[in-house]
Design a protein. Structure first.
Length: 195
């Protein structure tokens, strides 16, 4: 069983690449999905309110927009939030991995801050998805994030070149989807799954 960390900076196409790996037969775990679930957990809500103040939640629901604005503005608060969420995220990841009985399966864990938080040793291999900042900003705008907010998010992460240099594989997602898919298939083949 091989556990791959799939990373890259905001708007660079991690989710698109993860979907492509899934179509090839990989088991994909999306840590953003796990976080969305955790932000509804009463214990997490309590801790987030303790760290960020009661007005971060309305009707016991975290205001994710307000939370994002705060954490991308203040790096120490982003770390506080990650300290609340990440141990629980990895607990869920481990639970998902434990359910898998096929030793030949490739597990892709889609996670944005592998290098920023020193999690690289949790994975057998790391793949970084990259695209130019202009493309990333334009993709984030399509998701309703302003250009300024998008740039702020990108600045909160390590430079993409550093991630590429520290990874086992990298996927250039600047071109069309067919090109990205070809790169995904090449890596999947190299991992020994398809001939």
């Amino acid at each position: 069983m091989t556990i791959i960390g799939l990373t890259g900076n905001y708007g660079m196409g991690k989710s698109t690449v993860a979907r492509m790996f899934k179509e090839l037969g990989a088991f994909v775990i999306d840590t953003d999905d796990i976080v969305r679930g955790l932000l509804k957990d009463p214990g997490v809500i309590y801790e987030v309110k303790k760290a960020f103040g009661d007005d971060i939640a309305e009707d016991n629901r975290i205001n994710k927009k307000k939370l994002a604005e705060i954490v991308f503005e203040h790096s120490h608060l982003r770390i506080s939030l990650e300290d609340i969420l990440h141990p629980r995220v990895f607990e869920r990841v481990n639970e998902e991995v434990a359910k898998i009985t096929d030793p030949s399966v490739i597990i892709i864990v889609e996670a944005p801050v592998i290098f920023e938080r020193g999690y690289q040793n949790r994975f057998d291999k790391i793949i970084t998805v990259f695209a130019s900042e202009d493309i990333a900003v334009s993709r984030l705008k399509e998701k309703g994030i302003s250009g300024d907010e998008a740039k702020k998010r990108l600045k909160s992460q390590f430079p993409i070149e550093m991630k590429i240099n520290k990874s086992d594989f990298s996927i250039d997602n600047n071109k069309d989807l067919e090109n990205t898919k070809r790169l995904v298939e090449e890596i999947y083949k190299e991992l020994g799954v398809i001939s």
